[in-house]
Design a protein around this ligand. Structure first.
Ligand SMILES: NC(=O)c1ccc[n+]([C@@H]2O[C@H](COP(=O)([O-])OP(=O)(O)OC[C@H]3O[C@@H](n4cnc5c(N)ncnc54)[C@H](O)[C@@H]3O)[C@@H](O)[C@H]2O)c1
Length: 245
């Protein structure tokens, strides 16, 4: 039996990169997955791939910065599968830009997706999990939530926010059987990393390579499943040694 047999998992940013790799692993562990993304084409393609394997999957197009879209994700999940056990709160955007040239609108956009959106999804998840008397949430932060890096002010501020949001929510709902942890990836080989940066980022990483989305998925499975049953409020860094430097 899989580690997530009959569990229902919502995965935001589920159409690509870390979210898609996690969806594959969750399905292989017996979960029913709800893929949430702005990218309808990739989301529907993955939904079809899972259904073709006789797995239960649903794609819901949503912008995590919209309260209405987020509420609809949970409504569609309950309509389709009757419950929500796991939320991988993972959708995010990145942008490298010198801070003195960063337009306020760009700052707002990054913080809106990477912090406000994470809050909106977590809030709706907690509402559902309070009714169900339990659940697990995994927020995607970043190793850049722990450390500084030039040209990443908005992203890093948002990701640092996600780490402390995770702690605060975890404490607030620890007695309600809702565990809330975060994943802090290092440089992972997904479409969010520009092709031209990959060589340099690999060279700067102690293990001298980028991480794979599948390696993140294994950490998410750990945080989302009973394997981490005594963990909450934790932010797990999986970064090829980068933040040990
Ligand atoms: N790849 C890395 O090196 C790295 C490192 C640290 C943290 N992260 C974080 O991991 C998460 C996943 O990123 P990834 O590397 O898989 O990148 P990715 O670009 O492959 O996937 C992100 C997905 O999120 C979706 N998305 C973006 N904004 C959205 C919104 N407003 N509403 C709904 N969906 C939206 C995109 O369409 C995309 O499918 C992000 O939060 C990212 O910040 C990635």
């Amino acid at each position: 039996m899989g580690k997530l047999q009959n569990k229902v998992a919502i995965i935001t940013g589920g159409a690509s990169g870390i979210g898609a790799a996690t969806a594959h692993l969750f399905v292989s562990e017996g979960a029913k997955v709800v893929l949430v993304d702005l990218n309808e084409e990739k989301g529907k393609t993955l939904e079809k791939e899972f259904k073709d394997q006789n797995a239960e999957a649903l794609f819901v197009k949503a912008n995590i910065t919209s309260e209405d879209d987020v509420a609809n994700v949970f409504k569609e999940t309950i309509d389709a599968f009757g419950k929500v056990d796991i939320v991988f709160n993972n959708a995010g955007i990145g942008r490298v830009q010198s801070s003195h040239d960063l337009e306020y609108s760009e700052w707002r956009n990054t913080v809106n997706v990477d912090l406000d959106g994470v809050f909106l999804v977590a809030r709706e998840a907690i509402r559902e999990m309070l009714k169900a008397e339990g659940g697990t949430i995994v927020n995607t932060a970043s190793m850049y939530g722990w450390i500084g890096a030039p040209g990443n002010a908005a992203y890093n501020a948002a990701k640092g926010g996600v780490i402390n949001l995770t702690r605060s929510l975890a404490l607030e709902y620890a007695e309600k059987n809702i565990r809330i942890n975060a994943l802090c990836p290092g440089f992972i080989d997904t479409p969010i990393i520009p092709e031209e940066s990959k060589k340099q980022l690999s060279a700067g990483t102690p293990m001298k390579r980028l991480g794979k989305a599948e390696e993140m998925a294994k950490a998410v499975l750990f945080l989302a499943s009973d394997d981490s049953s005594y963990m909450t409020g934790n932010s797990l860094t999986v970064d090829g040694g980068f933040t040990a430097q």
